[in-house]
Design a protein around this ligand. Structure first.
Ligand SMILES: *Cc1c(COP(=O)(O)O)cnc(C)c1O
Length: 419
């Protein structure tokens, strides 16, 4: 039967060609998008396994379909490993994405109309934390905190808003806030008004796993995260808690609350990610992520590029382009033509629309995963500054291709995946 033997290249040459082109694109550029990473070959194998065929609902030992023994083995291992890696008493590895993990937590604790206090999108918050078009923004009454003029989280304002708005849930964590968050201040604010504290650690879960970032698990009622960003694993989400009294509530919120069957090949790949994150090699990677993000920030500062808060405690940093009279959309396009992929990003009080923006966000996780170190990230910082200067001077067309050649030469020393 051709169905089981014919390869993708023969069955669907169009998709095959696009997939090959994507691998080449990843090979030849420097990936600086903070929400991306480069997974192991082992992860790709787990994802491409026949486990994709198995349908289960429910949890290990309590499935609704038969033939689940291997599925149970896989999911049980993923759960145990997540709990061990993060020192949690509870883990749910089924959420299809970070947003789904958050949605399940909302379902577990909130009713429509309840008040939620979260970080302003423009200060670095995430869409799933109450943005207008998201279900969280439509169904809940959203109050926001933001950052001070110096770019740091305004804890006093957060606590004051908690007192006046009395939210049922407070969310700490975001997608573009570069500094470590003081979880104790959030705990105190939540306790004062009896709110549930959710910490969303999507962007620095790998640093938490390696002990290089304050640990939210003992402090928050619930922690959500993604496996595919800094944790260097498959695309997907998971939920943790130190509270054993929440097991049933959170499990039933994921299934049958917001999801049906389990994407078991993804759960297998999550188990691989948690396993890999317990190795000394991962600790080296995590330290590299932090060192590299700081080296990149320091180089940009040295080259007079405005880095919010002047540095970072996480894998990401945010650049304000307004002093350079550039927009995020223009700068990210030129950087991409130089082989440096980053995303345009709003900055606090950004006067531009989300499609334009006044900022750029950079992350060090993917570059570090392929082996780039402080020397390379320092060089990348100079290239970024060169590109921004050339763009201002109207010389991007000549400068960007030259830098792309240098980028290609550098990354060719750090190969990804067998060819
Ligand atoms: C990336 C991210 C998510 C989840 O994203 P998905 O695209 O739904 O997986 C959730 N919260 C934060 C803070 C994030 O940065």
């Amino acid at each position: 039967m051709n169905h089981f033997t014919k390869r993708l290249a023969d069955v669907d040459p169009d998709i095959y060609a696009a997939l090959e082109a994507e691998t080449d694109r990843q090979r030849e550029g420097v990936e600086l998008i903070a929400s991306e990473n480069l997974v192991s070959l082992a992860t790709l194998e787990a994802l491409g396994s026949a486990m994709v065929n198995k349908t289960v609902e429910g949890y290990p030992g309590g499935r609704y379909y038969g033939g689940a023994q291997n599925a149970d083995r896989v999911e049980s291992l993923a759960i145990e490993r997540a709990m061990r890696l993060f020192g949690a008493s509870y883990a749910n590895v089924q959420p299809h994405s970070g947003s789904q993990a958050n949605l399940a937590v909302f379902l577990a604790f909130l009713n429509p109309g309840d008040t939620v206090l979260s970080m302003n999108l423009s200060a670095g918050g995430h869409l799933s934390h109450g943005a207008g078009p998201n279900i969280s923004g439509k169904w809940f009454d959203i109050a926001n905190y933001g950052v001070n003029g110096d770019g740091y989280l305004d804890y006093d304002d957060m606590a004051e808003t908690a007192r006046s708005r009395r939210p049922r849930m407070i969310i700490a964590g975001g997608s573009a806030y570069p500094r470590a968050i003081d979880f104790d201040r959030f705990r105190a604010a939540a306790d004062e008004v009896g709110a549930v504290l959710l910490v969303d650690m999507a962007h620095w879960a790998g640093l938490v796993a390696a002990g290089l970032h304050p640990d939210p698990v003992p402090v928050a009622d619930v922690v959500t995260a993604t496996t595919y960003k800094n944790l260097r694993g498959v695309r997907g989400g998971f939920i943790l808690s130190h509270r054993t009294d929440l097991v049933r509530k959170l499990n039933s919120a994921v299934f049958p609350g917001v999801q049906g069957s389990v994407i078991l090949n993804a759960v297998a790949a999550k188990a691989v990610a948690f396993h890999e994150a317990m190795t000394p090699e991962f600790d080296t990677y995590a330290q590299g992520v932090l060192d590299n993000a700081r080296a990149l920030a320091a180089t940009l500062v040295e080259r007079d590029v405005t880095v919010l808060t002047g540095g970072t405690d996480t894998p990401l940093l945010l650049v304000d382009l307004r002093p350079l009279d550039l927009t995020g959309v223009v700068a990210s396009d030129v950087l991409e033509s130089a082989g440096l992929t980053a995303n345009k990003n709003g900055v606090p009080d950004d006067p531009e629309s989300p499609r334009v923006t006044s900022g750029l966000r950079f992350g060090s996780s993917a570059g570090t995963a392929r082996g780039l170190g402080v020397d390379e990230f320092t060089q990348i910082g100079h290239w970024i500054a060169d590109v921004l200067e050339a763009t201002r001077a109207g010389r991007a067309d000549s400068v960007a291709p030259r830098i792309h050649d240098d980028v290609r030469a550098m990354v060719s020393r750090f190969p990804i995946y067998p060819t």
